[in-house]
Structure formats: structure tokens, C-alpha cells
Design a protein around this ligand. Sequence first.
Ligand SMILES: NC(=O)c1ccc[n+]([C@@H]2O[C@H](COP(=O)([O-])OP(=O)(O)OC[C@H]3O[C@@H](n4cnc5c(N)ncnc54)[C@H](O)[C@@H]3O)[C@@H](O)[C@H]2O)c1
Length: 349
Amino acid sequence: MNFINPIYYGVEGIKEINKYIQSYHPSKIVFLVDENTHELCYPKIITEIESSAEIEILEIDSGEHNKNLYICINLWEALTELKIDRKALLINVGGGVLTDMGGFVANCYKRGIPFINIPTTLLAMVDASIGGKTGVDLGSHKNQIGNFVLPQLVHVDVGFLTTLPTEQILSGFAEIIKHGLIADKKYWEEIIRLDDRNPDYLEPLIKTSIEIKKKVVSNDFTESGLRKILNFGHTVGHAVESFFLENNTPILHGEGVAMGMIVESYISMKKGFLSYPEYEEIKLYISSLYPKLNLKKDYFDDIFSFMQNDKKNVNREIKFVLLEKIGQAVYDISVEKELIKEAIYLYIE
Ligand SMILES: NC(=O)c1ccc[n+]([C@@H]2O[C@H](COP(=O)([O-])OP(=O)(O)OC[C@H]3O[C@@H](n4cnc5c(N)ncnc54)[C@H](O)[C@@H]3O)[C@@H](O)[C@H]2O)c1
């Protein structure tokens, strides 16, 4: 089995989509978009698709609070009403919310129809749309329901980033930073030298990040071991993101991950892995890019409670991915509640 979906860039991607459509002969092509990607990305894609198959468009409202089973049910009902059969093809055009949910919807509809991802945010390009994790949130619990399933292919076109708001670029950039920290010190050094995050400068980084993720995922598709390192910054980051989601003041995924990487780097140092100078380097760089989250010490118990539901936990122990040094991560490390509290308090202070 191929443990990673093929990923193509630019015109090559459209060619491969058209090749796939020609060989698969879908009964219908259904595009899943949100209001932004419908307006800003779909018009370009549709002029490039070569197919005589009937086209349908399903639009959902953007935003993490819409990544849930209720919206999935709406989508399954819409597909049923449109009489979409198992020979149809779903094409997801959007950010991580849309590719996560679209993949899940495709995989469950009539026990599975094929889908293609066209990521249109930086975060979806370097992370969410590749690697086969799909799913939705359950209440405020992030990605609680889902499965591992690969798209037929992923088409990455950095041109879509020209309309993406700066804060969304920064959100995706957090995953690029993570890739450097867990896997490649030289890449980290390249990242911290970059002082312009416009799409032209980002293109080589996007490719390197995708290569890092591909390498990790192809060794451990269902995350029984090494793949866990991709969760660096996410144990705390997801919990904080869930906390803000529950309180109707959602933050961006990358903002949670950025904060999580600072906190988890501190824990890495206190556990005797990461050196103090490297911790300082990470903290200073990330703090220079991301505004501090508005957290209070009183929130700790609620945040900790979300952490207790983290998918990497075993026997109710919270398992962390920590840094041994910049460019190298370890996983399945138990961390005591007091140290987690100390690290989060330090961030708040
Ligand atoms: N499956 C995975 O492995 C994985 C990995 C990381 C993150 N995720 C998930 O990804 C989600 C976050 O994804 P995201 O950061 O892409 O957010 P998102 O999908 O919410 O998109 C962000 C915003 O950008 C808009 N947008 C998308 N493309 C645009 C474009 N080209 N121009 C202008 N606006 C555009 C969207 O409409 C939305 O309003 C989270 O739910 C997270 O859990 C999944």
C-alpha cells in the first residue's frame, strides 16, 4: 500500500487531476467549497478542469465551528438528494477545515467515494491536506471523530495564497516552524532567516515542509510511533484551541500551535532534553511572530481537562512530543501536571 498520496505542484497538479478524471470516468464531479474559496479559488480551477461529467457545487460556511458532524450530515443529505452515486468524485477546495471534513464525508458516504484535495491555505498545503488524517470536532474536542484515508491526489498551487489574509499565512507558518524544529536544524535556520512571508518566498519552504511530512507519514501512516512527532506543540496547542472554541472566542490553529511550541519547548528543557540556549532561541523567535494569547491562570484546569482527552494519551497519562534538540524530537514522554502548569503559567506571565 502507498502510505502517502501523490502531491503535485502548479500546472502539473491540474494535468494530473485531468488525467485521473479521464481514467476514472466519474459519474459526477462534486466540488466542496466554502464562501471564500467559492469566490476566490473555484473560478480558476473550473476553467482548467477537462471533463464532460456533470458538475455540482456544495458550499459550506467557513470556520472551525462548522467542522462538525451536523455539517457532515447536511452534506451527506445534499449528496443523497443530488443522487450522487459511488462512481462520483469529490474535490475539496479550501483550508484544513474543509479538507479534513471533505475527506471524512467522502470516506463515509456510501462506504467511500474517491476525493481530491486542492488546499488553498498555507496550513492545508503543508499539513492538513496531506497525510490522510480526516475528521471533525466533537463539541469543542478537536478532531475527536475521524479516520485515516488518503485522497487520490493533492494539487498544491501557491498562487491561491495571494488572496489569503496575513493572519492565515502566519497560522500556517506555525506548522512550517514545527517541521524545522522536529526534523531539520538547517531548515529551522532557513526559516528564521526569512523576513518576508509572501507566496514567492514561501514556495521552497512549502516544498521542504511537504517532504518532511511525507517522509514521516510514509513510515507510520496510522500514527503508532514516529508520526506522533508531527504533534509537537499540539498537546497544549489543541487544548488551548479547544478552550477558546468552547468559549466562543476561537483562535487560529497556528496561534494555538505557536503557543504550544513555546510551552512544550520549556517542558523539553525542564525534562533535561533541550538546552537552555535552544529553548531561548525558539521562544524568542516564535514570540516575535505571534501575539501572546489572552490566557489567565484561572483557565488552567479547563485547558488541562482538554489535554486529558488528547489522542496520544495512554492509560490516562498525557504523552508529549518533546524536543531533544532543534531538529530532533522524541515522543510518548509522560509529563506531570505540575510541570505542565509551571510551563503554561510562565507563558502567561
Ligand atoms: N488533517 C491534518 O493532518 C491536519 C493538520 C493540521 C491542521 N488540521 C486542521 O486544519 C484546520 C485549520 O485549517 P486552516 O488553517 O486552513 O483554516 P480554515 O480551513 O478555517 O481556512 C481559514 C480561512 O481562510 C479562508 N480561505 C481559504 N483559502 C483561501 C484563499 N486562498 N484566499 C482567501 N481566503 C481563503 C477560509 O475560507 C477560512 O475562512 C483545523 O481544523 C485543524 O485541526 C488538520
